[in-house]
Write a protein that binds this ligand. Structure first.
Ligand SMILES: Cc1cc2nc3c(=O)[nH]c(=O)nc-3n(C[C@H](O)[C@H](O)[C@H](O)COP(=O)(O)OP(=O)(O)OC[C@H]3O[C@@H](n4cnc5c(N)ncnc54)[C@H](O)[C@@H]3O)c2cc1C
Length: 464
């Protein structure tokens, strides 16, 4: 136990991505954690497994930066690795092939995290659907987008305001042995040329569609029966762009999917030697490579319609669907009004929040805020000022963005890492259209600033 903590423990509610990362960060700094989760006794409508840190939809933590290309999500992960993020280390241990993305075997990931949490002598795990917050204690709330109704109400009461809701959806998963490889082919975009073979020749499985097949698919997506939303859900439903149901995307225009998840460019059908009209891509979902998820096909279609829709896709005529797509409510607070960039509640500085509940969006972002909240709890308990990474870092910008005062009275929408929230580079640092150089400069700047910050932040709180 930390000497300054005396009899206090840190209470973490929610053993998901943010809660588990925070638990690891605090215990490795000597703190004792009481970790609550309603699983496995109860699960939300989006959670299925009995294990902790479940990844509920795609098995990808997003792209990784290489010397050739950089993305905003890749930058966030690079920063998290510099800050010794524990869950990303586990993700790397159980990674599956996914081109330039960090995708994991979901079972191995969640199993490893659960085993490490439960074997940790500094963690007391309590299986409970928490309706209220512990009194007069350091508390981290990390109950995620599916926070139970009772706790949602308690948080709303505490914050003296209504909570906000939005919706997103999970994609179907298919067993590989039911895919017809006379039609489907392995290939990563642009990685294989005309000589593309039907055998493993990339990480993704591609199902090629001609114009007629594509239009029939769009038609069933738009007109197929959907799961009905309850009235309060319909009133407030809005879709987050990066996890938008495929049918909503299809309804935006006949060509929308061909410029989105069904984009054919760079994928050469070995049977024709040409790019198909459209493509459905499948990404490996487990280490054994027996399961594949349909990239971008998060959906709210009724299960029987999903089956029909999937079997219309060339190569998937006899697909065995091991998990159908689902759609759920998502819960988050109005962070600009109630949260500080340090992730403390403005009115209750001993209560911190992390994960999707704060209005960041995505697995990686949830882990990142869990890590940051834990660092600040550790500092506060040791009578140090809480900190926020420099603005030039993706994490620093994210924390400032979700708590920006300008959004205090605006409709607040969740956000994931993106270049647009970073402070601009000096005038003339790159040619206006040269995004590749711009991104590289952002990455270099972040690294310099973050290393300076780590060096000046009091020892033991950044590195162990
Ligand atoms: C359907 C769906 C699909 C998504 N798909 C993606 C995706 O593909 N890619 C992506 O990057 N992000 C996705 N997200 C967004 C987000 O990244 C994940 O939800 C992520 O798991 C959030 O992490 P978290 O730590 O905030 O919450 P979670 O990982 O959900 O963890 C919260 C934990 O709190 C527990 N809990 C809730 N209420 C209580 C309570 N009252 N008492 C005790 N325990 C409680 C839950 O059981 C859960 O274990 C999706 C979200 C949803 C809902």
């Amino acid at each position: 136990m930390s000497p300054l903590l005396k009899t206090n423990h840190i209470h973490i509610i929610g053993a998901g991505l943010a809660g588990c990362e925070a638990t690891f960060q605090l215990t490795k700094r000597g703190f004792e954690v009481i970790l609550y989760d309603m699983k496995p006794q109860e699960t939300s409508a989006a959670h299925h497994s009995r294990t902790l840190a479940e990844i509920v939809c795609s098995n990808s933590f997003g792209s990784i930066n290489t010397n050739e290309s950089a993305t905003a999500s890749g930058l966030l992960k690079a920063e998290m690795m510099l800050m010794d993020c524990e869950l990303l280390k586990i993700a790397q241990q159980v990674a599956v092939p996914a081109g330039k993305a960090l995708a994991v075997d979901r079972e191995a990931f969640t199993q490893t995290v659960t085993e490490q949490v439960k074997a940790n002598p500094k963690v007391t795990f309590i299986c409970k659907n928490m309706a209220n917050l512990p009194d007069d204690a350091w508390v981290l709330i990390a109950t995620g987008p599916m926070t139970s109704t009772e706790l949602s109400e308690s948080i709303a009461q505490l914050l003296k305001r209504e909570q906000l809701y939005f919706f997103d959806a999970a994609a179907p998963i298919i067993s590989k042995d039911s895919i017809n490889f006379d039609t489907a082919f392995y290939q990563d975009r642009y990685d294989a040329g005309l000589e593309g073979k039907k055998e493993q020749n990339g990480s993704y499985i591609n199902c090629p569609l001609n114009k007629e097949q594509y239009e029939a698919l769009v038609d069933i997506l738009i007109n197929g029966e959907k799961t009905e939303l309850k009235s309060f859900e319909t009133e407030s439903a809005s879709f987050f762009e990066s996890c938008m149901p495929v049918e909503v995307m299809a309804s935006r225009g006949i060509q929308t999917l061909r410029y989105g998840p069904m984009k054919p460019v760079g994928l050469t059908d070995p049977r024709t030697g040409r790019w198909p009209y459209a493509v459905v891509q499948l990404r490996q979902d487990n280490a054994e490579g027996t399961l594949y998820n349909m990239v971008g096909f998060q959906t709210n279609l009724k299960w029987n319609v999903q089956k029909q829709m999937i079997q219309m896709i060339p190569g998937l005529e006899e697909a065995n669907v091991v998990r159908y797509g689902v759609m759920h409510r998502n819960t988050y607070i109005h962070s600009p009004e109630v949260l500080k960039p340090t992730l403390q509640l403005k009115e209750y500085p001993k209560i911190l929040l992390a994960g999707q509940l704060t209005g960041t969006e995505g697995y990686t972002e949830s882990v990142a805020t869990g890590m940051m909240a834990a660092l600040n709890i550790a500092r506060l308990c040791n009578h140090m000022e809480p900190i926020v990474p420099p603005q030039e870092t993706m994490l620093g910008s994210l924390l400032r963005y979700i708590t920006r005062p300008e959004a205090m009275h605006q409709n607040f929408q969740p956000i994931n890492s993106n270049w647009g929230i970073l402070p601009e580079l000096p005038e003339g640092a790159y040619k206006r259209k040269d995004k590749k150089t711009r991104n590289k400069l952002y990455v270099e700047r972040s690294r310099v600033k973050l290393l300076e910050w780590i060096a000046t932040a009091e020892e033991s709180l950044i590195s162990v």
